[in-house]
Design a protein around this ligand. Structure first.
Ligand code: NAD
Length: 283
């Protein structure tokens, strides 16, 4: 029996718990600091061999970057309790590249893995069970293999697994989201161009989307009726990466231009009202 713990029962944590519960080989324990939970933190940590951390990683309200303090705080609470136990702490929250390595260096007696989640909020539970790929970052290969083992109880036999180092797993999540976000912005520009040159954008969209290399995210306006991109993840992940790039001196001016244009064309900054995406000054 695989004993699986979940910390943070939001979109990702709930889908993770429900997803693993679809196999009788797994037993689930879960805890959320701000919601009524089936278990306490101590029970989750004591009973579980795999502990998934699914807490928020919001951006700062001045848009300077991503706040990793909730993840780091929870890792600290868990790490103290699992030293030398062989339990695996799996960071599932979208985390800045380097976060898991930093935690592994801070708590050397703990085994860590980084397992980014790619589900969409709209279809969280179903997406969790049908991922295009499962990415597992680890310091030790045997840890990655153990995490793969629990996914094999719930995912199809031909599931694609990518086992890599933790920074690569962290970055793969951001790059996936930001490639999609960039498509949204380019689609908005081509929409405006189509109006000027007398083209029918919906036919242009159909023609371009027929190429599986390009495929999705080209509707203008988007599914929420607004221009550009909103929601919890794309804006937050853009700011996370732009903040990191600035800090470490990497030129990401193309991504910066995408973000500037997004702020220009988007009416509703919905992410500012989402506590999982935006850390208000008062918090
Ligand atoms: N929502 C998505 O579509 C999605 C997709 C992929 C990845 N992610 C990432 O997954 C992470 C979680 O996102 P989410 O959408 O599930 O957020 P969420 O806000 O829905 O859930 C987070 C949960 O963590 C709880 N929590 C906060 N602090 C805690 C603490 N100290 N201890 C225990 N529980 C705590 C909150 O009460 C909340 O229920 C984020 O890093 C996000 O970027 C989200």
């Amino acid at each position: 029996m695989n004993k699986i713990g979940i910390i943070g029962n939001g979109y990702v944590g709930t889908a993770t718990g429900k997803g693993f519960a679809t196999s009788p080989e797994n037993q689930i324990f879960s805890y959320d600091k701000f919601k009524e939970s089936p278990n306490t933190l101590d029970e989750v940590v004591e009973n579980s061999d795999f502990i998934f951390i699914c807490v928020p990683t919001p951006i700062f309200s001045d848009y300077s970057g991503m706040d990793m303090s909730i993840v780091e705080g929870v890792v600290g609470e868990v790490a103290e309790r699992v030293k030398d136990s062989g339990k695996i702490v799996i960071i599932k929250s979208t985390s800045l590249p380097g976060t898991t390595k930093k935690m592994a260096e801070k708590y050397p007696q703990v085994d860590f893995a980084m397992n980014p989640e790619f589900l969409t909020q709209k279809n969280a539970n179903a997406d969790f069970l049908k991922p295009y790929r499962t990415v597992i970052g680890c310091e030790k290969l045997e840890v990655g293999e153990k995490v793969k083992g629990i996914y094999q109880t719930i995912l199809p036999p031909d599931q694609k697994y990518i086992i890599t180092d933790t920074a690569s797993a962290e970055l793969a999540k951001y790059m996936s989201n930001l490639m999609l976000a960039s498509k949204v912005l380019l689609a908005n520009e081509f929409y405006d161009l189509s109006q000027k040159v007398g083209a029918n954008y919906s036919d242009v969209q159909k023609a371009v989307e027929a190429d599986p290399r390009i495929g999705t995210h080209l509707g203008v306006p988007g599914p929420d009726g607004d221009r550009g991109f909103g929601g919890a993840c794309f804006p937050k992940d853009t700011i996370g990466i732009l903040g990191l790039a600035k800090q470490i001196g990497i030129d990401m001016s193309a991504l910066q231009a995408i973000w500037d244009k997004n702020l220009k064309i988007r009416q509703n900054r919905d992410w500012e009202e989402m506590p999982q995406a935006f850390k208000k000054d008062t918090e």
